[in-house]
Design a protein around this ligand. Structure first.
Ligand SMILES: *Cc1c(COP(=O)(O)O)cnc(C)c1O
Length: 342
């Protein structure tokens, strides 16, 4: 389907796929069947399948990187699988067979190894998805599920590359509310975000800065990334209170910052506090973190009343980006055992 790519070829994000996929099926009676690596192909679904009607679907997104030494390494695969396990529980789905899934993902990567791109910033995006397949219109969890893993050779997520993001501060739509699905990687959260993202783009912004559903003042996430703010020497990220997606890049960034002796706090931070820090000249930077972009600096926040210019290049984000991407490429030590060689 795709051929090995060269550094010069722009891959985009999630546009092309490799030739194979992992397939596994679950039934309430029989449990999980084997996790097979098969040719990537269309599949059949009952028109009454629960995923189509009630959105019972959970996904994840990890990446594998081809190092200059020719080795293919996955970043924090076990953390991704553990997050799927928690998400499956939240969405009333059966526990994934983490060991079978882990083995089959490594086997899939090995099978399609020739598709791994070699260019700067390029990688193999790993997309597992678990969804309800039972043909039944009653509202209850499905009794049968399918799990797929597909691979997509990808480039930098943001077409603008490392250009700082311009964010619209969203005061009308919310991504997630307390008690809702915000901490699960489910399509419903993305669906909730589409209209606001579209409106932000129409206003000339790249993405949305999400605020909390109750006070509409606490910062939550940046588009589909976790959010970090640096004020003076302190780095702040909102706590995992149920509305924030527990990002693996977020957790890795906190661990790295703390290992460097940086004061990294998990606490609520309001838009008022950010505005105050901008006015006082103490705001050093704002950035998003996620598997797709790793670290993405923010250069501007816009509201109906004002535009805040956010300094860039003066915070920890360039150091974080460098440390994480070097680790992913196998160019630095891996004291935490975050990389799995295929
Ligand atoms: C996936 C995701 C993130 C980032 O998580 P990573 O594990 O770092 O990729 C952040 N926010 C949302 C809403 C997400 O879906």
């Amino acid at each position: 389907m795709t051929s090995p790519t060269t550094a010069a070829q722009p891959l985009g994000f999630g546009r092309i796929f490799t030739d194979h996929m992992v397939v596994a099926e679950y039934t309430a009676k029989g449990g999980w069947g084997p996790h097979r690596v098969a040719k990537r192909a269309d599949f059949q679904l009952d028109p009454a399948a629960s995923v189509l009607h009630y959105g019972q679907a959970l996904f994840d997104g990890a990446k594998a990187f081809l190092g200059h030494d020719g080795k293919l390494r996955v970043f924090r695969l076990d953390a991704h699988l553990a997050r799927m396990q928690r998400g499956a529980q939240r969405l009333c789905m059966p526990p994934v067979d983490a060991e079978a899934l882990r083995k089959s993902i490594l086997q899939l990567l090995d099978t399609d190894r020739a598709h791994a791109p070699t260019g700067e910033g390029q990688s193999v995006y790993i997309r597992p998805i678990l969804f309800g397949t039972e043909g039944f219109l009653g509202v209850r969890p499905s009794e049968s599920y399918t799990l797929f893993v597909i691979l997509s050779p990808v480039g930098n997520y943001y077409e603008a590359g490392t250009k700082p993001l311009r964010l619209w501060v969203e005061r009308e739509d919310v991504r997630a509310a307390p008690g809702g699905l915000g901490e699960a990687k489910t399509g419903a959260n993305y669906l909730a975000s589409l209209a606001a993202a579209q409106k932000a783009k129409a206003r000339g912004y790249d993405q949305v800065l999400w605020l909390d559903a109750i006070t509409r003042n606490k910062l939550e996430e940046v588009g589909t990334m976790n959010l970090f703010v640096q004020i003076g020497d302190t780095v702040i990220t909102p706590p995992l209170d149920g509305t924030i997606l527990p990002g693996i890049t977020r957790a890795s960034s906190l661990a790295l910052l703390r290992s460097w002796g940086v004061n990294a706090e998990e606490r609520a931070i309001t838009f008022d506090e950010v505005r105050g820090a901008v006015k006082a000249g103490t705001l050093r930077g704002i950035f998003g973190t996620g598997t797709a972009a790793v670290v993405a600096p923010v250069g501007e926040l816009g509201t109906a009343e004002e535009t805040l210019t956010i300094p860039t290049g003066q915070d920890v984000s360039p150091r974080l980006l460098d440390a994480i991407t070097r680790l992913q490429r196998g160019l630095s030590d891996d004291p935490n055992g975050w990389m799995t060689t295929v």
